[in-house]
Design a protein around this ligand. Structure first.
Ligand SMILES: [Cu+2]
Length: 228
């Protein structure tokens, strides 16, 4: 091989290795989840199902913040469930004409916004991953859940239970499916470069029973003249 030929060959190799080709192939992970209900009751809160994929070796860098909001509206948290990345901020705008509060006793990050009135907004940064049940110290039936995750691969199911997580690099994952009445299911997935589809999962809400939580002082709620 002449010196000239060698230089040409090296040039061809360099051109073939573009920055994009160094990345691992990415595919979508999709499927459908169903909630088993007592006496075939319909599932009206399917979108409260959170699905996320944790890479087997953990994530190398902290995923970007996915700041969002949960409104206080008609004596409810709207929406009732939000999944975010660890370290994200959630704002709580009070859209009712009366006072609310937001507190959580989650051991990984308890907080309390104190009471705030109509048109005001409070917020909280969820620094540590985990499930945060949120309550209002004024209204005993108000409940929401924030699920803070350490991965950028997450979603919430649509009304029919379908889910689709885009751009998942090939590799091994733990898939978590969580629903406030159906509990949590964890499974191992090996995602090929082409992705995975038609996954089927079922969560069981038949044993679920509503349990009234305590107020922020750890005591039973007292009727305070407000309408529950
Ligand atoms: Cu309230």
């Amino acid at each position: 091989m002449s010196r000239h030929t060698l230089l040409v060959s090296l040039g061809a190799v360099v051109a073939a290795v573009s920055p994009g080709s160094v990345c691992r192939a990415q595919g979508a992970v999709s499927g459908q989840v169903a909630i088993l209900e007592k006496a075939n009751d319909p599932t009206e809160d399917m979108t409260n199902t959170v699905i996320y994929l944790e890479p087997a070796g953990g994530v190398k860098s902290r995923p970007a913040a996915t700041n969002t909001s949960i409104a206080l509206q008609a004596r409810q948290f709207a929406p009732r469930v939000r999944v975010i990345t660890e370290g994200s901020k959630i704002e709580f705008p009070n859209q009712d004409p009366f006072t609310h509060n937001v507190f959580s006793k989650a051991p990984q990050g308890p907080f309390d916004t104190e009471s705030f009135g109509k048109g005001k907004t409070r917020d909280n940064v969820f620094k540590t991953s985990g499930v945060y049940p949120l309550y209002c110290n004024v209204h005993p039936k108000m409940t929401a859940f924030v699920i803070a995750v350490k991965t950028p691969y997450f979603t919430q199911a649509s009304n029919d239970g379908r889910f689709d997580i885009d751009k998942v690099p090939a590799g091994k994952y733990a898939i978590h499916l969580w629903h406030d009445r159906g509990g949590e299911h964890v499974d191992t997935l090996v995602v090929p470069a082409s992705g995975l589809k038609d996954l089927k999962y079922q969560l069981d809400a038949r044993g679920y029973k509503y349990v009234q939580h305590k107020n922020k002082f750890g005591k039973d709620y007292q009727f305070n003249g407000d309408i529950y």
